[in-house]
Design a protein around this ligand. Structure first.
Ligand code: TLP
Length: 353
């Protein structure tokens, strides 16, 4: 049975063109700064985002953590939205690696309130510590892959800068944001001091992320990457696939966004109120199932070859990617409908009526 993989866009596998580029890549020792394929990718990506320099890192998590350490000193405060990846999914690394304190703000749709950030920075005095970094995420994963509009991102960065703090962007899926909004990635890059993005999600490369910023920042980040064991030798092998990803896989993200829309509508038809398709802006569909047995529904879909991820007791996440075509989406909708109709809770409710 073909699997319809919707747990994450991290499941994407490299294209034949990526494998060929890997086989043909010109290589050197990147810890010595001599891998031509890595150098060329870093320069190319810096150019795309209008930044001075770039650094290839093994993962989005390492990119985030190396950036944090390069941009802060131990004891600093960092403002972040409370459901950001850096807050929820990096196992306390900001505290362990950088010794920073995350100051959290709940942001509807992943957006930090400009006023809340300004107030947090302004209230610093000799008694309260001063935030030195403001962290944004675009698209914002845990709010359902929502796009942070450029003007909002810029307004948050502006109050950070006015308060003497720097602005960072976790742009793991910045190309999804760009394709969905029509805003070039360069425009996002212009608003922040540094950013990271991933090759290994919707863009389909097997491994890797890019850190971008000033040359001074990248020099510091390179040392942190080494400290974390992320200095890799003939890394051009991976950079070659990443280059194919940025060169050929960006525009097709629109297809993933369309598929997410179709999926959201299908799920909303099967179970009205569980998802609002108007809130699906990119490749993620969050489905709310209060009162239903989420584990049972996920298992039932799994038996039909459809994989979605349970996000806690009442919610499911489905992420579209190049691994799933329209026929796969149709199968996912059918499997969801069947799972919900077969769910104990729905059956019990029907009996009660
Ligand atoms: N996100 C993964 C999981 O870790 C949750 C996923 O399946 O969505 N920033 C953001 C916004 C991310 O969504 C992720 C991965 C990362 C950073 C980390 O990237 P990796 O997995 O390369 O360390």
């Amino acid at each position: 049975m073909d699997i319809v993989e919707l747990r994450s866009d991290t499941f994407t596998r490299p294209t034949p063109e990526m494998r060929k580029a890997m086989a043909d890549a010109e290589l050197g020792d990147d810890v010595w700064g001599e891998d031509p394929t890595a150098i060329s990718l870093q320069e190319h990506c810096a150019g795309l985002f209008g930044m001075e320099a770039g650094l290839f890192v093994p993962s989005g998590t390492m990119g985030n953590e190396a950036a944090l350490k390069a941009l802060t000193n131990p004891g600093d405060d960092v403002i972040a939205e409370s459901r950001s990846h850096v807050v929820l999914y990096e196992h306390g690394a900001p505290a362990v690696i950088s010794g920073v304190v995350l100051r959290l703000i709940d942001g509807p749709n992943g957006r930090l309130s400009v006023d809340a950030v300004a107030e947090m920075i302004a209230s610093a005095n000799e008694h309260t510590s001063r935030p030195t970094l403001v962290w944004q995420e675009n698209t914002h994963n845990m709010s359902g892959g929502r796009v942070i509009p450029l003007e909002h991102l810029a307004a948050v960065a502006r109050v950070a800068h006015e308060g003497g703090a720097r602005a960072f962007l976790d742009g793991a899926r910045i190309f999804n944001a760009s394709v969905a909004s029509g805003v070039p990635v360069r425009a996002y890059g212009a608003e922040v001091d540094a950013l990271s993005f991933c090759f290994s999600k919707g863009l389909g490369a097997p491994v890797g992320s890019m850190l971008l910023g000033s040359s001074e920042f990248i020099d510091r980040a390179r040392i942190v990457r080494q400290m974390l064991g992320g200095g890799m030798r003939q890394v051009g092998l991976l950079c070659a696939a990443a280059r194919v990803a940025v060169d050929t896989m960006v525009e097709r993200l629109a297809e993933d966004h369309e598929n997410a829309q179709v999926l959201a509508h299908g799920i909303a038809d099967a179970l009205p109120g569980s998802v609002d398709p108007a809130e699906v802006e990119t490749n993620m569909v969050f489905v709310d199932l209060p009162g239903l047995d989420v584990e049972e529904i996920v298992r039932s879909m799994w038996d039909e070859g459809v994989r979605m991820a349970a996000l806690g007791p009442t919610r499911i996440r489905a992420v579209t990617s190049k691994e799933v075509d329209r026929a796969g989406i149709d199968r996912a909708i059918a499997a969801f409908g069947q799972a919900v109709r077969g769910s104990n809770a729905v059956r019990d409710a029907a009996v009660a009526v």
